[in-house]
Ligand binder design. Structure first.
Ligand code: AHR
Length: 493
């Protein structure tokens, strides 16, 4: 039995809704097929974008969407993707499968998608192979109200009013696919490029510098020292690999042992150490925490589904993915004083996706269901939830068995999200709640009898949330039991 305790007056800060952000890259079947099918497609679409996908994503209330990459961003030349579709330049997507990119989905289409999803755009600019002028003109094209060469071109292309654009990334993974740069060199380039990322009129840009690859603390040190005063956010990328090894098999998405299950969670929990250590460096240069940590790529990365293009990063999504999503979101809330945004990779058909499509069919993944269950935390106040997790042990190694978070929303409803990482042990909970007597309680749990349960096009509802039994006693104690390998969300109203 785990005893938890919370006083709903013990607020530790706000959970920025942008922690629930998504990422959509020109990679595999994320944009093309997953979102964009073109206006003439037999698949029902609005202005070329799939209605079924948009309807499903709208339910998640996605706060922010990052685009066009990823590695693609530093080879993307935005001018190729505006103007009449049939006249747009074609290019090769060198990073992802060497396939043709016809640029039919460009700036106007992306910003329209954001309107349809009621989400804020986050655009990644090209530092690796683009010019300062090109970046400056892109921001001018999108945001300048009035007359200028770029604003006039935008109007000619059908968009009279400028868009509101807040989040702009100055390069992506410039330590790797974005130019193989040293931090000293990139810090200077960041200073240079970001100077010309201008605020036109009332539009205020939140500038995000390329941050470290997982435990590259030197990168964070140099960036904060040399350019910290010129940025609003600094990114961090960390992927959970079941095998922990980039050089050979990452591990199958669906065919794994209990040992691999455990190791995957051990690897995902390493995120906490990364957050703590990068935050410590950021605190040294920015004690007031003005610069946000932006975890704009995270999630599980497995081997691709057998028979699919290795460059398309198409992977299935099981109960394991759901708990990974739940654990990481709980963690991000804990450090929400520094983490201002996170973007899971990626939204449709790539890596840890919300949605998988096949022709005109669509399935919602277990990760989708967790984002749906957890969305109640968006912009809520984090409550200091006290508990000690028992250990989950495999051989000589152990990790915390339980991950949990609590918050209070603007209607004073209290939300609790809990993951049980153990593959074979259920857990009972008793949570003492001070300062709140609920009139109603709702609980949901996502679990399955097999650890690799996933939804397929033949059986799309193999794993969906179901009601969780929860009781509340007059003395203020909430009790419930979580099955092994599960994610739960409880709301007290
Ligand atoms: O999300 C897939 C790729 O992972 C991105 O393009 C890149 O930034 C990262 O290495």
């Amino acid at each position: 039995m785990i005893n938890m305790n919370m006083n709903i007056q013990d607020i530790t800060g706000k959970i920025n809704r942008h922690i629930h952000g998504q990422f959509a890259e020109h990679l595999g079947r994320c944009i093309y097929e997953g979102i964009w099918v073109g206006k003439d497609s037999p698949i029902p679409n609005i202005e070329g974008m799939r209605i079924d996908v948009i309807e499903a994503l709208r339910k998640l209330h996605i706060p922010v969407l990052r685009w066009p990459g990823g590695c693609f961003a530093d080879e993307y030349h935005w001018k190729d993707g505006v103007g009449p579709v049939e006249q747009r330049a074609r290019m090769v997507n060198n990073n992802w499968g060497g396939v043709e990119e016809n640029n039919h989905f460009g700036t106007h289409e992306f910003l329209r998608l954001c309107e349809l999803l009621e989400t804020e755009p986050y655009i990644s600019g090209n530092v690796g192979s683009g010019t300062v002028h090109e970046m400056q003109q892109w921001v001018e094209y999108m945001t300048l109200n009035g007359q200028s060469p770029m604003a006039d071109w935008r109007k000619q292309n059908g968009q009279e009013e400028p868009w509101t654009l807040t989040y702009f990334g100055v390069g992506n993974e410039n330590w790797g696919c974005g130019g193989n740069m040293r931090p000293e060199y990139y810090a200077d380039l960041y200073r240079h490029y970001s100077t010309y990322v201008r605020n036109y009129g009332d539009n205020q840009i939140y500038k995000i510098a390329c941050g470290a690859n997982s435990d590259d603390y030197h990168w964070t040190e140099v960036l904060m020292r040399e350019a910290g005063h010129l940025m609003n956010g600094l990114s961090l990328h960390y992927y959970t690999l079941p095998s922990g090894d980039w050089t050979s098999s990452k591990g199958s998405a669906t065919d794994f042992t209990e040992e691999e299950w455990f190791t995957t969670f051990k690897n995902t929990l390493y995120m906490e150490e990364l957050i703590i250590k990068h935050s410590k460096i950021m605190d040294k240069y920015d004690p007031e925490k003005k610069v946000g940590m932006i975890i704009d790529e995270w999630g599980i990365w497995t081997d691709v589904e057998p028979g699919t293009n290795p460059g398309f990063l198409y992977q299935q999504n099981t109960l394991r993915d759901a708990i990974i999503a739940g654990v990481n979101l709980n963690l991000f809330y804990k450090y929400a004083d520094r983490i201002k945004m996170a973007n899971i990779a990626q939204m449709v058909n790539v890596l840890q996706a919300m949605i998988l499509t096949e022709g005109d069919q669509l399935i919602l993944t277990p990760t989708y269901h967790v984002f749906n269950m957890y969305q109640v935390h968006q912009d809520s106040e984090r409550i200091d939830l006290q508990y000690t997790s028992p250990k989950y042990t495999m051989g000589a190694q152990s990790i915390d068995k339980i991950s949990a978070a609590a918050s209070k929303d603007y209607l004073n409803r209290v939300h609790l999200t809990i993951c049980n990482l153990s593959h074979n042990e259920s857990e009972s909970f008793s949570c003492n709640i001070e300062g709140f007597t609920p009139a109603d309680i709702q609980g949901k749990v996502l679990t399955a009898s097999a650890l690799n349960t996933h939804n397929t096009f033949e059986q799309p509802e193999q794993i969906v949330p179901v009601a969780l039994d929860v009781s509340f006693a007059k003395d203020g104690t909430l009790t419930f039991e979580l099955p092994a390998a599960s994610v739960a969300a409880i709301t007290l109203i």
